[in-house]
Ligand binder design. Structure first.
Ligand code: ZN
Length: 163
């Protein structure tokens, strides 16, 4: 199927231990345009094969999820290079002033030396999604041109859109 779809779904994401890592908010399903890289490949493939109203369990391996951990993404910097005076393990920073800059996570603090990890926190993990497909429709030509979903108020909620 080559037509891009607009899919709306509720989800609960659990790790291998069965702990809830993330979930959509009650009554606020996640809506996305397929084929545009908004959600991980393994989940999108499954949602595309489901019909509105269907529920299912989807297991996604790292190769179709957030990839594998890469040791080259780990960096040790000194505290003075960071935009704060104090850090602790588990803190997140944007590595640069650009909005697209990668997010790094503090994984170790040893005096003035801080170890930062730019790997996605879910890299290397098998992901277990419980999904409930709310709606599915073909994307409109305008949505395809903009590369995102127009719902309710139209483009970007009816506000001005920079796309
Ligand atoms: Zn738009």
């Amino acid at each position: 199927m080559s037509t891009q779809q607009v899919i709306s779904f509720n989800y609960t994401l659990r790790n291998k231990a069965g702990e809830v890592i993330d979930q959509s908010r009650e009554g606020e399903p996640l809506e996305f345009l397929s084929g545009a890289g908004f959600i991980i490949e393994g989940l999108e493939e499954n949602l595309l094969s489901m019909d509105a109203g269907q529920s299912g369990e989807v297991m996604v391996r790292p190769e179709k999820g957030y990839g594998f951990r890469d040791e080259a993404q780990i960096d040790v910097v000194s505290l003075s290079q960071l935009p704060v005076d104090e850090v602790k393990v588990g803190d997140y920073f944007q590595a640069g002033s650009d909005r697209q800059a990668p997010v790094v996570r503090v994984i170790k603090v040893d005096g003035d030396s801080v170890t930062l990890d730019a790997n996605h926190p879910l890299a290397g993990q098998d992901l277990f999604f419980s999904v409930d497909l709310v709606s599915k429709r073909a994307a409109t030509p305008e949505e395809l041109a903009h590369g995102h979903v127009h719902s309710g108020g139209g483009c970007c909620g009816g506000g001005s859109c920079s796309h």
